[in-house]
Design a protein around this ligand. Structure first.
Ligand code: UD2
Ligand code: MN
Length: 567
């Protein structure tokens, strides 16, 4: 009897203990989740602007408003200041890559021309979806942020704009939140605008995610904090999403000049997004003639990243962002490849145009090469075997623990049953040049003196002499050349071209053969029929300026590619 009672007692204790543990773990988990959210983000509430601060902010904003020069920069025309302010503006330009002095003097709601193709007006869009516009920023100035906000408000029909969410990625200016919130409370009170502040700087990818988490609109539209939306920008974006919820849209991104804030357009022509094997976004021409003057959405292999519209639920279904990406860079190609490979579409909408201030450099820095690390992550997850071409540019990142764990992103790819990168290249971006496929020869191009062709690291915009340098013991990207099936001698997007009948430069490939056409013979001769001369290393000074010379039996005119598919 005693024994049984004891046993029952024990059972109750055990059960109690078990239940207690479960409840305890649950509460702990909940606590961790809630705390984490709490630690990351704070909503800058109205109360944030304390009574005694309110007057100070009001004074600062009034002073600022008094200095605005009405009409400055109207219709997107270039604006100039004189005297001391001109000097200060130039200084700001070298420091922030943006004329902040001029921005502070220009009306926040300046008038803009309608930059669209006039034929766009023939369309009537009547979307029913509502948008949340998410604007993230780190150390951007008040006037630039507010001009972005004003343009969104003024250029979007009220019934299509659910809310605007501003995410301050822990900017260092202590007054910024107070000023912004006070401005919102007093000058924009009729609009639904939320200001979030991240407690620590998380980088633009996670900042956008924090904004998206609290968004309530049917569609999300992301903008950089230095943009200006124009007439009719939002309707075609929302209409297209309504038509196809898996379509992700980018407007035409016009240039707002960083020095004089002129809103400039490229007329009616526009480009779409591509990429290079170094993992950078590039602008590319539209290949299909029909699409060139299209007013309808046009297929875009990638997007620049900062300005796009997406169905809110679809954003989460398709994997939002890779949250382990830090800082700046990579997320745009990651999202582009993912959307295409996993069944969505990426399109440029010609009848939607938004201006963006393109800065010559980033007025901020990161401790790590976040672009490299983020791109290494996406290369491993999305590019299959083609990642080899990216890692030629970043060999030290290929197996580097710094890039972090990829399990979740690989699981996502499996879960969504996404297609291969080869499928993407063949179907979405067939014009993309692949340096080691269908080539006559590729790799290092070596002469008899162990010297190799070299791009002399001209960088992304390489136009310059074709160089010669001692061959590296490994295949470095600066010495990676391809003799393409069309007879171009190229380093990804740049082709060796003969000029002045003797010099050779690396320049944009034009695809018309002539001075960019080369023939390679089994005896090692590289011949350019246009000049009637052969590639020669004989007269090279300071490793620069390879030349073409009369063809002769000379060791300087014998070349060997690492890989040759000659028949
Ligand atoms: C382009 C994109 C940008 C992003 C980036 C790649 C366009 C026009 N812009 O660079 O949106 O996709 O490529 O990652 O397509 N910011 C933060 N936290 C930071 C750093 C920046 O919130 O730590 C903000 C910044 O204030 C800006 C936005 O992120 O609003 C984008 O930064 P950017 O304008 O310096 O990047 P951009 O336009 O050169
Ligand atoms: Mn930007």
């Amino acid at each position: 009897m005693m024994f049984l009672r004891c046993l029952r007692y024990k059972k109750v204790v055990l059960l109690g203990f078990f239940l207690f543990t479960i409840v305890y773990l649950f509460v702990r988990a909940l606590h961790v989740i809630v705390m984490q959210r709490d630690e990351d983000v704070i909503k800058v509430r109205n109360a944030y602007v304390q009574n005694h601060e309110r007057d100070a902010y009001e004074k600062l904003i009034r002073d600022y408003e008094k200095r605005i020069i009405q009409g400055l920069g109207d219709y997107g025309s270039p604006a100039y200041l004189a005297g001391e302010e001109k000097e200060l503006g130039n200084k700001a330009l070298t420091k922030f890559a943006l004329n902040t002095v001029l921005s502070d003097r220009m009306p926040l709601n300046r008038k803009l021309r309608d930059p669209r193709n006039p034929l766009c007006k023939q369309f009537t869009y009547s979307p029913t979806l509502q948008a949340t516009v998410i604007i993230i920023f780190f150390n951007e100035i008040l006037s630039v942020i507010l001009r972005t906000v004003w343009s969104v408000i003024l250029k979007s029909p009220k019934h299509l704009l659910k809310e605007i969410i501003l995410v301050n990625d822990a900017s260092t200016d202590e007054n910024l939140d107070g000023l912004l919130q006070h401005y919102i409370n007093t000058r924009l009170s009729g609009y639904n605008i939320t200001l979030l502040r991240l407690k620590t700087r998380m980088g633009l990818i996670r900042a956008r995610l924090q904004g998206a988490r609290v968004a309530k609109g049917d569609a999300l539209i992301f903008l950089d904090a230095h943009c200006e939306a124009t007439e009719g920008w939002i309707e075609p974006l929302l209409s297209r999403i309504e038509e196809d919820r898996t379509a992700v849209l980018v407007p035409i991104i016009d240039v707002i000049e960083a020095n004089n804030l002129a809103y400039s357009t490229n007329g009616e022509s526009f480009q779409v997004g591509g990429f290079n094997w170094a993992g950078h976004f590039t602008w590319i021409d539209i290949q299909n003639d029909e699409d060139k003057n299209s007013l309808k959405p046009v297929k875009s292999p990638t997007m620049a990243g900062g300005l796009f519209a997406i169905d809110r639920k679809y954003f989460w279904e398709i994997g939002s962002y890779d949250e382990q990406m830090e800082g700046w860079g990579g997320e745009n190609l990651e999202m582009s490849f993912r959307i295409w490979q996993c069944g969505g579409r990426l399109e440029t909408v010609p009848c939607s145009r938004v201006g963006h201030i393109f800065r010559d450099f980033h007025p901020y820095s990161f401790e790590k090469d976040t672009h490299g690390i983020n791109t290494a992550r996406l290369a491993h997850v999305w590019m299959d075997d083609y990642k080899r071409l990216f890692f030629l540019h970043q060999p030290s990142l290929e197996n580097n623990p710094i890039i972090g764990d990829l399990t979740h992103r690989k699981q996502l790819r499996n879960k969504l049953r996404c297609k291969s990168f080869k499928w993407y290249l063949q179907n979405v971006y067939p014009e993309k040049f692949i340096p080691d496929e269908n080539a006559q020869a590729f790799g290092q191009v070596r002469n008899r003196f162990d010297m190799c062709l070299d791009d002399l690291q001209l960088g992304d915009d390489k136009v310059g002499p074709l160089g010669l340098y001692p061959c590296h013991p490994y295949l470095a990207i600066s010495q990676f050349f391809t003799l393409s099936s069309k007879g171009e001698l190229r380093s990804e997007n740049f082709c060796a071209e003969v000029f002045d009948n003797s010099q050779i430069k690396l320049t944009e490939c034009h695809g018309h053969k002539r001075e960019q056409f080369w023939m390679y013979f089994t005896n090692g001769t590289v011949y350019n029929p246009f000049s009637g001369k052969c590639l020669s290393s004989q007269f090279v000074e300071d490793s620069k300026g390879l030349k073409v010379d009369q063809c002769k039996k000379n060791a300087h005119q014998k070349w060997k590619f690492t890989h040759e598919n000659l028949t």
